[in-house]
Design a protein around this ligand. Structure first.
Ligand SMILES: Cc1cc2nc3c(=O)[nH]c(=O)nc-3n(C[C@H](O)[C@H](O)[C@H](O)COP(=O)(O)O)c2cc1C
Length: 205
């Protein structure tokens, strides 16, 4: 069922978000609206509030075309209004000082120490944290888009090294997902989900 955008409840946004792979061509998302989507996505939770997500916004048609071979010919990267390259910060510990700038000095020092300690403890931490937290940002961006009348599709099917090279992404950031956003040409269809007794484990295995 279609709803007027502002009328969607939180539950409806979740239930009616479906991956859309066919987009109306030539639709521009107004700058203010796009900024609102990123502002809403930015309210997602993150480890220590380090906000590991960065959103590389690809709107220029020629740049979207460059994504086509890098995503194995998935046409949605060309037709959607915008393709967001969701990046994860591999050095998010470096923003700890800034994040805790408003905290009492003692707390700030403790948090910065704790965060740097965690990042130094195991090289996998940085990558896990970047992907985990940027994925939460991506999810929130998809829900914000749906709430505002746009559709999206999360994409893991792309060549990360190629995207890094083509878009000059610094080593500090890992590409986590491509996220085309736009107006559906063909509505996404509801896909099946496992029953609760398969996905919910109570208390312990
Ligand atoms: C990490 C991830 C990677 C995905 N990669 C692609 C992709 O490369 N191309 C695509 O068309 N859909 C991709 N999808 C979309 C899934 O196929 C889709 O989410 C799933 O079938 C459930 O459908 P729904 O999103 O409509 O609920 C991806 C989804 C996720 C979460």
């Amino acid at each position: 069922m279609e709803h007027t955008t502002e009328q969607l409840s939180g539950v409806q946004v979740i239930r009616e978000r479906h991956s859309v792979r066919q987009y109306q061509k030539g639709v521009t998302i107004p700058e203010a609206e796009l900024n609102e989507l990123f502002e809403l996505a930015g309210l997602a939770p993150s480890s220590w509030n380090l906000q590991h997500w960065r959103y590389l916004v690809v709107q220029d048609q020629a740049n979207k075309e460059k994504l086509l071979p890098l995503s194995f010919g998935q046409q949605q990267v060309v037709d959607a209004s915008v393709v967001v390259i969701v990046l994860g910060d591999l050095q998010a510990n470096l923003v700890a000082e800034e994040v805790f700038a408003g905290a009492p000095a003692e707390i700030k020092e403790r948090m910065v120490q704790q965060i740097n300690g965690a990042y130094a403890s195991n090289p996998q931490v940085a990558r896990d944290e970047a992907i985990r937290n940027a994925s939460l940002g991506a999810m929130q961006l998809m829900l914000a888009a749906k709430a505002k009348g746009y559709d999206s599709v999360p994409m893991g099917g792309f060549d990360p090294a190629g995207v890094v090279k083509e878009f000059g992404i610094p080593e500090r950031y890992i590409p986590v997902m491509l996220l085309p956003i736009g107006k559906a040409q063909t509505p996404g269809r509801a896909t099946e989900r496992f029953p609760l007794d398969k996905i919910v484990i109570r208390e312990r295995f």
